[in-house]
Design a protein around this ligand. Structure first.
Ligand SMILES: NC(=O)c1ccc[n+]([C@@H]2O[C@H](COP(=O)([O-])OP(=O)(O)OC[C@H]3O[C@@H](n4cnc5c(N)ncnc54)[C@H](O)[C@@H]3O)[C@@H](O)[C@H]2O)c1
Length: 364
């Protein structure tokens, strides 16, 4: 039996799959009426009893009418009362779960990366297009008010006046030890947000990528031949140069700064602090720390992306889709190759080689 959480008549029924770090965050947003999401949570799935128990504690805080809890996502694919899945399991499971829901005619919101292989994303995108379904990857930074403001300002500029876009994207600490590490993980798991953000801001194709990485902090990453520091340079077809700095560690806390250098101005986004108080004294200037991590820094964007998902299901118009998931994973893959080969890579050549080898048609 499925219990409905809200009484809204035109909202979509969703099942939330995976309630670890990011899943619990989405759970809170789905259940808190103050967030204003027009989505009804009908079921919560996780294979871990511990995760289910944590989700039950949160759900109990909001209402005595609970969603269904289950260990098995597959039983909701064909469920007549489920319209969409919100997938927050570990990345290596995304493709199978997203594919099953799309095949069964359900909309999908899936945390990044939408899948770990480019041909898998192409398949998911085709499935969604054939069946007229929404397939939205969790690129929440597009929905951050700071970056949206920068985007609005950039849209007023002539392309030739946008010289450089610099993103500094550093985590306060590496992910938990049980978080899967893999070769290239830094690019596919973390930098992928920045590839999407820079594409969103500049709005042009990227033709050239050069990246170098190292592993200097995270022992777990070293064991998996992953990196924890990387610097990537991208050239857009318009001539704009993008520079992305990534690190899994930052002693100053979550470091999420952006700078756009234009012909007649420079636009900057600073880090958000725990508070805005500063103290100036004989020993110097003191101010508070950066807010800790993604849960705090991007809180509003996670609500906004699900509002956009609900809107996409209602209107058929997605703000971010499988094609964006494809482009960002493509850039991550080219950056991995550039670092391995210690050379600059033409994106067009990379796509040609890949499509020839795997015999599939690339969307770009
Ligand atoms: N957008 C963002 O800012 C952001 C932030 C963190 C994580 N993520 C993404 O979210 C995903 C999850 O990351 P996390 O840090 O929350 O991981 P996590 O390990 O904390 O949580 C994953 C949960 O999924 C459950 N799970 C895994 N396989 C399952 C299956 N087959 N059936 C049912 N439950 C299953 C696990 O038991 C666990 O509770 C990753 O893909 C990651 O890339 C995105």
């Amino acid at each position: 039996v499925i219990h409905l959480m809200n009484n809204g008549s035109n909202s979509m029924n969703v099942v939330l799959i995976g309630v670890g770090r990011i899943g619990l965050l989405h759970l809170n947003n789905l259940l808190d009426p103050a967030r204003g999401l027009n989505l009804k949570l009908v079921a919560v799935v996780d294979q871990s009893l511990e995760a289910i128990n944590a989700a039950k504690v949160i759900a109990n805080n909001y209402s005595s009418i609970l969603p269904e809890f289950s260990k098995d996502w597959s039983k909701f694919c064909k469920h007549p009362e489920v319209d969409a899945a919100i997938i927050c399991t570990q990345s290596f499971t995304h493709y199978e779960i997203a594919r099953s829901f799309l095949k069964a005619g359900k909309h999908v919101f899936c945390e990044k990366p939408l899948a770990e292989k480019l041909d898998e994303i192409v398949e998911l995108g085709q499935l969604a297009a054939e069946k007229n379904l929404v397939c939205q990857p969790g690129f929440n930074r597009r929905f951050d008010e700071q970056f949206k403001t920068v985007k609005r300002l950039m849209d007023q500029e002539n392309d030739s006046k946008i010289f450089t876009v610099i993103i500094n994207s550093r985590d306060p600490e590496p992910p938990p030890l049980n978080y899967p590490r893999s070769a290239g993980g830094l690019y596919v798991d973390s930098a992928i947000h920045d590839f999407d953000l820079i594409r969103f801001l500049v709005g042009k194709d990227i033709d050239l990528v050069s990246s170098l990485g190292s592993c200097l902090v995270d022992e777990a990453a070293k064991g998996a031949r992953d990196l924890d520091v990387a610097a990537t340079i991208l050239r857009f077809s318009s001539g704009t140069i993008g520079i992305i700095n990534n690190c899994r560690f930052s002693s100053s806390g979550y470091d999420q700064r952006l700078e756009v250098h234009l012909a007649d101005k420079t636009i900057s986004v600073a880090n958000i602090k725990e508070n805005a108080v500063s103290i100036s004294a004989r020993d110097g200037l003191h101010c508070s720390k950066n807010i800790w991590f993604f849960e705090e820094r991007y809180m509003a964007s996670y609500v906004n992306e699900l509002k956009s998902f609900a809107n996409a299901m209602a209107t058929g118009k997605s703000e971010v889709d499988a094609y964006d998931a494809y482009c960002s994973l493509l850039l991550a893959s080219v950056a991995i190759k550039s670092n391995e080969k210690e050379s600059t890579i033409l994106v067009g050549d990379f796509v040609k080689d890949l499509a020839n080898a795997a015999k599939w048609k690339a969307p770009i």
